[in-house]
Design a protein around this ligand. Structure first.
Ligand SMILES: C[S@@+](CC[C@H](N)C(=O)[O-])C[C@H]1O[C@@H](n2cnc3c(N)ncnc32)[C@H](O)[C@@H]1O
Length: 371
């Protein structure tokens, strides 16, 4: 049997089981709004300790999700004013409900980090004026748990993965990306965004599947295809639980579809622009790529508003920088609150396994800009 036939044969077999063997529970958007109430925010006590909300202060929750962190910030001191941003229209609906619960205190904003300056301008918010900003990166439980959103390998649904939902109908879905991307680019996406060791094998399988089948349309089609080429490998997560061999592929595609790396980079620049001197930044990241970008911003390893592709010590040794250039490149407007990242307690991980890979960094803005 040729490689293509072997893969497609396995692929068909697993697809067959997926379609006829398992009944998968899906939730409607209404259920999601209800789930918002059940969402457990990650490291919420540590977040509050770092933000130290005081009466009358102004905060931005850059990643509102189901509003778990926002609600706790509002409850932590009187008269807090909170701008809450999310690119997902489902989260925006939940934010509007929170605004009713805390009249005059919550300003729901629908948009991406990169859209925030325009949204804040319409509310008259100026640079260097905010007391605290929180980022809780990644996907919300509502995105992962709703099969129709296409984020989860364990829930059969369309391969969508757009956090913006239908806000931009022309925006490509994960299925569109897989239908168009060339093999070399797919290998890069899987390696860089998913840290996937089997990137080449998986990209080849996607190309072969594309010629043999119609477009890959569903999460189970992609999950089964990846499983069919990563057969010899047992994958475990941080809690030593078995994970699907396509988990990293899904992460990589999600990051690509949502332009998450550029958004994160932009978000960090916006946070620095809008926080006042003495203002607090708290970030929660869930994989090493996100954490590395946050760390580079906090340490000042950013050139021309783009994160440096390499740690500075590895840049071309034949290049000579004068003292001022080195100082300007390594300058940071941030002072780190902790020497090392904070991670969730074992108790929290036991109650909320989704917190297992969280890393919290906190910093205070100490100067306005480099002079
Ligand atoms: C992990 S969830 C936040 C959960 C929230 N802290 C809570 O307690 O419910 C991350 C949220 O950030 C949103 N998000 C991710 N990237 C974004 C971006 N670039 N702009 C705006 N929202 C974004 C996602 O849509 C998602 O709802």
């Amino acid at each position: 049997m040729t490689a293509v036939l072997r893969i497609t044969h396995k692929f068909r077999n697993v697809c067959h089981h997926a379609y006829f063997g398992i009944s998968i529970r899906t939730c409607s958007q209404k259920e999601v709004l209800r789930q918002g109430e059940l969402h457990t925010p990650v490291m919420v006590n540590e977040v509050l300790e770092c933000l130290q909300p005081q009466p009358g202060q102004v905060f931005i929750d850059m990643t509102f999700g189901a509003g778990g962190h926002s609600q706790r910030i509002l409850e932590s001191a009187p008269d807090i004013k909170l701008f809450v941003l999310d690119r997902d229209p489902v989260s925006y609906s939940i934010a509007k409900r929170l605004a009713v619960k805390f009249p005059g205190q919550v300003e729901p904003l629908l948009g991406r980090f990169s859209e925030l300056p325009v949204l804040l301008k319409s509310h008259g918010i100026r640079h260097n004026s905010i007391d605290g900003i929180l980022f809780d990166f990644g996907c919300s439980s509502m995105q992962f748990d709703v099969a129709e959103r296409g984020f989860s390998v364990s829930k059969d649904g369309p391969l969508d993965m757009r956090m913006d939902g239908d806000r931009f109908p022309e925006e490509p879905t994960a299925a569109d990306v897989l239908a168009k991307v060339d093999e070399e680019d797919l290998v890069k996406i899987l390696k860089v965004y998913g840290e996937e060791k089997q990137a080449k094998k998986i990209a080849r399988a996607v190309m072969e599947a594309r010629y043999v089948f119609k477009k890959l349309e569903t999460t189970s089609e992609l999950g089964d295809l990846v499983a069919s080429v990563c057969i010899d490998e047992e994958r475990l997560d941080k809690l030593q639980r078995h994970t699907h061999s396509a988990t990293k592929t899904f992460q990589a595609l999600r990051i690509f579809v949502n332009n998450e790396v550029n958004e994160l980079n932009f978000g960090m620049i916006i946070a620095e622009t809008y926080l006042k001197v003495g203002g607090k930044l708290v970030t929660l990241t869930f994989h090493s790529l996100e954490d590395r970008i946050v760390k580079r911003h906090l340490l000042g390893n950013v050139i021309d508003n783009a994160i440096n592709p390499l740690p500075l010590k590895y840049t071309d040794s034949s290049l000579w920088y004068d003292r001022n250039e080195v100082d300007s490149v390594l300058h940071s407007n941030w002072k780190l609150v902790h020497k090392h990242v904070l991670t969730p307690s074992t108790e929290e991980v036991a109650v909320n396994p989704r917190s297992r890979s969280a890393k919290l960094r906190a910093a205070t803005k100490v100067t306005n800009s480099f002079v």
